[in-house]
Write a protein that binds this ligand. Structure first.
Ligand code: S3P
Length: 442
């Protein structure tokens, strides 16, 4: 497959309706929860991306049957901890941070050891964030410097924990929730900030005993372990993080309109929509409904005439963490100075997205000020590109590749963008969807 793409023209105006691949976070949670349900679970609209295929392969490796059909996928579980695998089975999580951090929680009670490894980028990421709470349950995790590969050995003697979740990480929260499922007694997670709540919603959907006690400064999740649940059917909604690239491409293209169908608009994921509205972008949620305990809508966006800079409130960061790279791009083309604080988590994603984005913006001629955990962007609505740009060395990060394509289609000029294969981890159809809108990409 061709690993580079060339973009030589701005995209022309369009008025289109499109759909998106299924949500990555929900899909991985579905697969892991289905793996220990009793009986058959079926998911519709599961993406055919590398991260999801890694999750399905992981479920197969722990001895659970997975059947992929054209329109759906089935997993046949044996109930809680009903896994069957040999000692020291190796699972390759590929590029997926979510899978690699959730699996050790899922395997809390498995006495045979599992070894989780990953690709080059995943092998650089930190796992202390899950090792610490999972150790408290009694799970044994061996690693070198808290990096992959991890060797995980569960136990029959799990003890419930009380955990203060200060990183505001949905992956950590979910890993603890999965371990709590197999742990007798009540596990408590104190959340000092919000993060995506798909796990909590799925637990409630499956009648797993989970309570959320809300107070002014923090929420406490309480999970009572060891309750079995039955196999379940699920319609995976479209991914808002994938939609973000199309929302912003349209917002940056004066006479364009787009309707993105069936997207998950869970409040813990829609920070981007709130921010873009403040920047003067016309966005409307149509046909709002609840499916499988998740809010879904069609997102309608119109091209904007005059974009305003924003001060991104710290509180919102957890609700748009994966959308920050593409949000930085639109801020670069808005009038005024945009500021982002407390976004240090961005340095711990598939790449150091804070550094890579600030270098990218400087390269296209935008003044930025990068700090340890913040970014100031001095927007220029009149920015034009007359140069040739070659985009490489971004750690094969899918979201940086996609952001670069949107920059190229908005600014024009000649671009060569490397590592097209990176999109396979979340959004293999990205290029064909851009072509459907009229983009010329070779
Ligand atoms: C995810 C949570 C987020 C996000 C990641 C997916 C999830 O990470 O960046 O792409 O599915 O739980 P953190 O939980 O580490 O913030």
């Amino acid at each position: 497959m061709n690993k580079n793409i060339f973009i030589q023209n701005k995209i022309k105006s369009y008025k289109k309706k499109i759909d998106m691949p299924g949500d990555k976070s929900i899909s991985i949670r579905w697969a892991l929860l289905a793996s220990q349900a009793i009986g058959i679970s079926r998911a519709y609209n599961l993406p055919n991306s590398d991260d999801i295929n890694s999750a399905l392969n992981a479920v197969r490796k722990i001895g659970i049957k997975v059947i992929k059909k054209k329109n759906y996928c089935e997993i046949i579980g044996n109930g809680l901890n009903g896994f069957l695998f040999k000692n020291n089975t190796i699972i390759n999580a590929g590029n997926s941070g979510t899978l690699s951090r959730l699996l050790p929680g899922l395997l809390a009670k498995s006495k045979n050891s599992i070894i989780v490894k990953g690709d080059k980028s995943l092998s650089k990421r930190d796992f202390s964030r899950i090792i610490k709470p999972l150790n408290l349950f009694g799970i044994n995790i061996k690693s070198r410097n808290n990096k992959l590969p991890l060797k995980i050995t569960g136990t029959d003697y799990l003890r419930p924990i009380v955990w203060n979740e200060i990183l505001k990480s949905a992956q950590v929260k979910t890993s603890i929730c999965l371990a709590a499922l197999n742990t007798p007694g009540i596990t408590k997670i104190r959340l000092v900030g919000s993060s995506r709540d798909h796990t909590e919603r799925l637990f409630k959907y499956l009648n797993i005993p989970l309570k959320i006690k809300r107070s002014k400064n923090f929420d406490i999740i309480e999970i009572k372990g060891c309750k079995e649940y039955k196999g379940f059917n699920y319609n995976i909604p479209g991914d808002i993080s994938s939609s973000a690239f199309f929302i912003i491409l349209t917002a940056l293209n004066k006479n364009s309109q787009i309707l993105i169908k069936n997207i998950n608009v869970n409040k813990t994921r829609t920070g981007l929509i709130d921010i873009l509205r403040k920047m003067n972008v016309y966005i409307k949620l149509k046909n709002q409904r609840i499916i499988n305990n998740e809010p879904i809508a069609d997102i309608f966006v119109k091209g904007s005439q005059s974009l305003k800079a924003i001060k991104c409130p710290e509180k919102i960061v957890g609700r748009l963490i994966d959308e920050l790279p593409i949000l930085f791009l639109i801020c670069s083309l808005a009038k005024g100075t945009s500021t982002f604080k407390k976004i240090g988590e961005l340095r711990h994603k598939e790449s150091d997205r804070l550094k890579i984005c600030s270098n990218f913006l400087k390269m296209i001629g935008i003044k930025v000020k990068e700090t340890k955990d913040g970014l100031k962007i001095f927007g220029n609505p009149n920015l034009k590109n007359k140069k040739f740009y070659e985009i490489k060395n971004f750690m094969k990060d899918h979201r940086i590749f996609m952001m670069s394509c949107i920059a190229a289609l908005t600014l024009g000029g000649k671009w060569k963008i490397h590592d097209k294969n990176s999109i396979n981890s979340s959004f293999p159809e990205f290029i064909s969807k851009l072509k459907f809108l009229g983009a010329k990409i070779i």
